[in-house]
Design a protein around this ligand. Structure first.
Ligand code: TZP
Ligand code: MG
Length: 221
């Protein structure tokens, strides 16, 4: 994957869309310009078995239409069965090096990291990018750690400048810029898009905010 594909990294499960059809929300997000998508099916009422496989296939097909990578959170079997472009794992989701061996080098591997030590381990295990956060307070992950601000991105970026980072946690259009300025290649969001009254517009505004922060002065308002 290239860094540009991390610019606006949308994450969603079927329970994140405030009662709306999740595939419709994903379609709107893709029209608005999200550059990557992760299916993260968690929490009460999470789909399993065949309904999950069908939903995943629907997400994959939509992402393909837009040429956007389709990543599966923490379910290697689903990722492989769906022909996903990648897998994202947390620190509790198994050994990253072992998972890299199992998925091979052609699949994208993303790893959540919370400090420079975890970043170093993920990097040597063969992660393509790191998810770092929560940067700001979040209501989308009940077991999230305390918000860390952008500091952890700054320190991981200075230790490993070549390893792409996406910030996560409470990021919206109006607080995305400091995440990019700290060294992230992009922002990953659930609620800023999935809960938005107009997910397409929310995605477009986030994309614009990230673009402006990546190339200050180059983008006209
Ligand atoms: N990991 C750290 S914070 C978070 C995850 C999955 C949730 C991000 O959701 P939101 O709504 O963008 O804060
Ligand atoms: Mg996990």
């Amino acid at each position: 994957m290239n860094r540009e594909q991390l610019a606006v990294y949308f994450i969603m499960g079927s329970g994140n869309t405030a009662g709306r059809d999740p595939l419709a929300v994903l379609g709107s997000a893709l029209r608005g310009g999200v550059t990557c998508f992760q299916l993260r099916e968690k929490g009460p009422g999470a789909l399993k078995g065949e309904p999950l496989a069908d939903f995943a296939a629907g997400c994959r097909d939509l992402c393909r239409q837009y040429g956007v990578p389709f990543i599966v959170n923490d379910d290697l079997e689903l990722a492989v069965a769906t022909g996903a472009d990648g897998l994202h794992i947390g620190q509790e989701d198994g050994n990253a090096a072992e998972i890299r061996r199992r998925i091979g080098n052609r699949m994208i591997l993303g790893v959540s990291a919370h400090d420079v030590n975890e970043a170093a381990a993920a990097r040597s295990a063969g992660a393509d990018y790191l998810g770092m956060g929560p940067v700001y307070g979040t209501r989308s992950k009940p077991d999230a750690r305390a918000a860390s601000g952008t500091e952890l991105i700054t320190s991981a970026k200075s230790a490993y400048p070549d390893l792409p980072i996406v910030g996560i946690g409470g990021i919206r259009e109006d607080n995305a810029a400091p995440v990019i300025e700290a060294g992230a290649s992009g922002v990953s969001v659930i609620s800023a898009i999935a809960h938005a009254g107009d997910p397409e517009r929310a995605a477009r505004e986030l994309r614009q905010a990230v673009r402006e922060a990546l190339e200050p002065g180059k983008v006209s308002k």
